[in-house]
Design a protein around this ligand. Structure first.
Ligand code: FMN
Length: 430
């Protein structure tokens, strides 16, 4: 039987994918934007709607990064509101396990699961930068070694809390004593429709993959090409057996973009246009400064790359994952620019924001299906480049083709997110 594709819609807000200069772009914070995208995803019978999280606006030379000035509302609040205007669509919130407490977060997630009649999901992220940590009372962040330890104990504790009510609706005392959490009492929320909201994991290191294999229902990845996808898929699925889990118990979903056109050439042209919009002259310089760690405002974005070296100790950019070896990146960019005769802006375009699937609706449907049938992914988290109308064409033009070939549902079979994802019900640990 044809393997079924899972689809999710990423609300494209604060990131470098969104094209804010397009006249069709609307607010990233008005409820109407969230509602429109969620309704489109539900019309397309998507598995879930996905919100990322950023707990601090990124800064560049002491100013808020221009892509972040629109701000970002708190995800669970948004999803609770969306629960009221959708019926079947799963609702996934990214929430950090480093800066929250299990009792409080388990309560908020179980509440969303109740209010949505079983559609809640939690994307567990850790945080890799102290810059974000400064926003929190604890005043710091965790070392790499401790981040996933805390996250694993966090998920374990949340599950204990969700299991502390019996399926029949009786509350029982819980107690958890571990290195990170030492809590006991009674949980305030009865067992929710899914028992445990769906757990998603995003993070690519060995520790991250191991954590996903042990604990997650879905893994959100950046490995969006066929080759990288297959390697990642094989690696992660092979880790499940050690935890007594079946490869199907964890769905692998890369975040991907798409550009559709009437012909292949038309789609390529649109993709090139979008990439130019994503990398404005100012954003090209900003991307360059993030690698060089220097003020390069005197350089012409249409001119050559700087011949000075990066400053490895720079604090110029805050809130982005640090480039491990800026000298190596600079050398690569210089070689590319020389080989192809590219300006600063062209080099940044060439090295970033590549669209994952570009083509006619038919060729994109074929490619997505190939990824899933040949084990490069179980599905996709689609990141449109327009807020909030960027999913319309996909739902109108690609989804019907996937349905025709029997690779995607025409109706929701069940009511819960777990049922859409084909995930087992969690066993109640009484
Ligand atoms: C696909 C993907 C999406 C992520 N989304 C978020 C996010 O929305 N918010 C966040 O704070 N961190 C996000 N992260 C960061 C991870 O949670 C983690 O902190 C980071 O990847 C470092 O962990 P690692 O070394 O295991 O990759 C994301 C990571 C990946 C791979």
């Amino acid at each position: 039987m044809t393997k079924q594709i899972h689809l999710a819609a990423h609300f494209p807000g604060v990131n470098s994918t969104t094209v804010w200069t397009d006249p069709r772009s609307r607010s990233q914070i008005d409820f109407s934007s969230f509602e429109q995208l969620a309704r489109t995803a539900e019309r397309g019978k998507f598995d879930f709607f996905f919100l990322a999280e950023g707990l601090r606006l990124r800064e560049h030379k002491g100013l808020i990064h221009d892509l972040d000035v629109v701000g970002r509302p708190e995800s669970l609040t948004v999803l609770n509101a969306l629960a009221a205007v959708t019926d079947r669509l799963g609702l996934a919130a990214t929430v950090n396990a480093t800066f929250n407490e299990p009792y409080e977060l388990a309560r908020r997630l179980a509440t969303l699961d109740h209010l949505s009649a079983g559609r809640a999901a939690w994307n567990v992220v850790t945080s890799s930068d102290a810059f974000t940590g400064e926003n929190f009372r604890r005043g710091g962040y965790l070392d790499r070694a401790d981040r996933y330890k805390r996250a694993a104990e966090f998920v374990e504790t949340a599950r204990e809390l969700w299991d502390s009510w019996t399926p029949e609706g009786t509350s029982r005392p819980f107690s958890h004593h571990g290195p990170h959490f030492d809590i006991e009492g009674e949980f305030t929320v009865p067992r929710s429709p899914q028992g445990h909201p769906v757990v998603i994991q995003a993070g690519d290191s060995d520790e991250g993959r191991e954590f996903a294999a042990a604990s997650a229902d879905v893994i959100f990845t950046r490995h969006g090409t066929l080759e990288a996808g297959r390697t990642f898929y094989a690696d992660v699925k092979a880790r499940l057996a050690a935890y007594g889990r079946d490869p199907d118990d964890l769905k692998i979903m890369p975040g991907v973009t798409f550009v559709l056109g009437e012909t292949a050439a038309d789609a390529q042209e649109r993709a090139a246009e979008i990439r130019k919009q994503q990398v404005s002259p100012q954003n090209a310089l900003l991307a360059l400064e993030q690698i060089w760690g220097r003020d390069l405002s005197a350089y012409d974005p249409d001119g050559p790359l700087p011949d000075i070296d990066p400053d490895p100790d720079s604090g110029l950019v805050q809130g982005r994952v640090r480039i491990a070896d800026p000298f190596a990146v600079a050398a690569k960019w210089r070689a590319l620019s020389e080989e192809k005769g590219l300006s600063i802006r062209q080099t940044v375009i060439e090295t970033s924001t590549r669209q994952s699937f570009v083509g006619t609706p038919q060729s994109v449907a074929d490619e997505l299906d190939t990824f899933v049938q040949t084990e490069a992914a179980d599905g996709f988290i689609l990141v449109p480049h327009l807020t909030p109308g960027g999913l319309d064409d996909f739902v109108d033009q690609v989804v019907p083709l996937l349905q025709e070939r029997g690779a995607f549902r025409t109706e929701y079979a069940g009511t819960t997110l777990r049922s859409h994802l084909g995930l087992p019900e969690p066993v109640w640990k009484g």
